[in-house]
Design a protein around this ligand. Structure first.
Ligand code: NAD
Length: 478
């Protein structure tokens, strides 16, 4: 096993000696691929104090300096792309080609789009009789999950750093090793000590005290709905600002004129990429009854191209689930769907020879709104097909969810697709397979979250706004 990574507090990598340790397990073969210390509330206190101490200096740094650092961070990710991709593949099983292009590639794109937003930001303007200025919100606690770990860290770090905030990061205990590399890069590019502090550990021991910490000004969290609710509750004791990116049960609305093969391929790619562990995955396909059986046949055929393989293999499209625990959860969802009467078209719970954490690409049809599979996030490669008769019924089915993260519409007529997209109660919608756009806001309606990440709004989440009344005439116009 490689060395145990220690917390990074006040610009110093702390010795892990004598500390409890969390081992990081490769889900493809069960091997231990690294370890991090398992922190506690005392570590959180020290990290928050370091971030607080670093705040005045960083908040006062000119925007050009903050941009220089975040540009250097993006360049550092690019330089370490192979190492980061291999680390992500080892710690959470995402296929290597996908890790390189999507996991690391999107993280770099996140930073570049945030930099573009920061460049355009106007930090002082006359509004009515006032001078309106923006200021950094302060010390930010960033708590992140394991499914796109680097991307989720960069959306938070990039926005916060550009806004002039300091950050205490608690990466997922399932996939923390990419964050160890990020801390190395931040040190190498000369980020001042304490501006980003990293505390490793699990949710109850580190996440909870961090979310409840009275000296934290904002908590930005990505993860499950259940934990998001706990975090909002913890932060509410001090009326601390929260941004929540939570789960989803997103629907793809297939219109009757949609190209069959392209719509099937697009929905499966969204549902099965990253072994289905994508918050915005299209996991419900709403299909007109008139074409449903043809669509099902095409989906079953296309599912074969998603059979899982070794994530280190360049040709693998789907690897194992990220952990044994996630595998058990997904198998339980499939079993329940069968018990509730959903019709299994392909896949299921039968084990695969390749390893214990793998699940077959699975498709159910005749999934009714009263079944758990229609409502609950599975976070695995499981698609639910539901037939519909009218467009109004399709829109009602799509919106019949506690979540509102994403959606998709397929049609030969883009204007018709747009009309439907505008009726979906979700934070993002893709037309004919258009995927994540990190230049545009990303976030959820309803129980999928609060606030937006990425691009201009993702940057502005980390700002406070002050109106200096009677000072409009003092705005510099140069
Ligand atoms: P999770 O909620 O279990 O954990 C996320 C993070 O919260 C981890 O760092 C964890 O240690 C921490 N945590 C756990 N309990 C905590 C507590 N009581 N207090 C504070 N922190 C705590 O989620 P996960 O299993 O890592 O990730 C999967 C979930 O994340 C899915 O539900 C998925 O939809 C969601 N997700 C959402 C988005 C989005 O942008 N909307 C993106 C990715 C993942």
């Amino acid at each position: 096993m490689s060395a145990v990574a220690g917390h990074v507090i006040g610009g110093r990598v702390e010795s892990p000696q004598g500390c409890a340790v969390i081992e990081v397990v490769n889900p493809a073969d069960g091997a231990v691929v690294g370890a991090v210390v398992s922190g506690d509330a005392g570590d959180v206190d020290r990290a928050v104090a370091a971030a607080r101490a670093a705040l005045p200096g960083w908040a006062a740094a000119p925007m050009e300096e903050r941009i220089r650092i975040v540009e250097a961070l993006a360049a550092g990710l690019d330089e370490h792309r192979e190492r980061l991709a291999a680390t992500l593949t080892a710690e959470m099983g995402t296929p290597i080609a996908f890790a390189r292009a999507a996991q690391v590639g999107v993280a770099i794109a996140d930073l570049r789009q945030l930099i573009a937003a920061a460049r355009e930001h106007v930090s002082a303007e006359a509004v009515s009789n006032s001078l309106v200025v923006t200021e950094p919100v302060g010390v930010v606690a960033a708590i992140t999950p394991w499914n796109f770990p680097l991307h989720q860290i960069m959306l938070k770090l990039g926005g916060a750093l550009l806004a002039g905030c300091t950050v205490v990061l608690k990466p997922s205990e399932v996939a923390p090793l990419n964050a160890v590399i990020v801390a190395e890069i931040l040190d190498a590019i000369g980020l001042p000590a304490g501006v980003v502090d990293v505390v490793f550990g699990d949710g109850p021991a580190v996440g909870e005290p961090l979310a409840a910490h009275p000296d934290v000004d904002m908590v930005t969290f990505t993860g499950s709905r259940a934990v998001g609710e706990r975090i909002a509750r913890a932060a509410s004791a001090t009326v601390t600002r929260v941004a929540l990116e939570l789960g989803g049960k997103s629907a793809a609305v297939i219109l009757d004129d949609a190209p069959l093969e392209a719509s099937v391929a697009g929905v499966l790619a969204s549902c099965f990429a990253n072994a289905g562990q994508t918050c915005a995955a299209l996991t419900r396909a709403l299909v007109p009854e008139t074409i449903k059986s043809r669509w099902e046949d095409a989906a079953v055929a296309a599912a074969q191209t998603w059979m899982p393989g070794d994530p280190r293999d360049e040709d693998t499209r789907m690897g194992p689930l990220a952990s044994a625990a996630q595998h058990s959860r997904v198998v339980a969802h499939i079993t329940r769907a069968q018990e509730e009467g959903a019709r299994l078209l392909v896949g299921g719970t039968q084990a695969l020879e390749i390893g214990e954490a793998y699940v077959r690409p699975t498709i159910f049809t005749d999934v009714d709104p009263d079944m758990a599979l229609f409502r609950d996030e599975v976070f695995g490669p499981v698609l639910a097909i539901t037939g519909y008769r009218t467009i109004d019924e399709a829109v009602a089915l799509a919106n019949d969810s506690d979540y509102g993260l994403s959606g998709g519409v397929w049609s030969a007529d883009e204007v018709r697709a747009l009309e439907i997209a505008l009726r979906l109660r979700t934070g993002t919608v893709g037309i004919n397979g258009a995927g994540l756009d990190v230049g545009a806001p990303f976030g959820g309606y309803k129980q999928s979250g609060l606030g937006r990440e990425a691009g201009r709004l993702g940057f502005e989440e980390f700002l406070e706004v002050k109106s200096v009344m009677g000072a409009a005439h003092l705005v510099k116009t140069s």
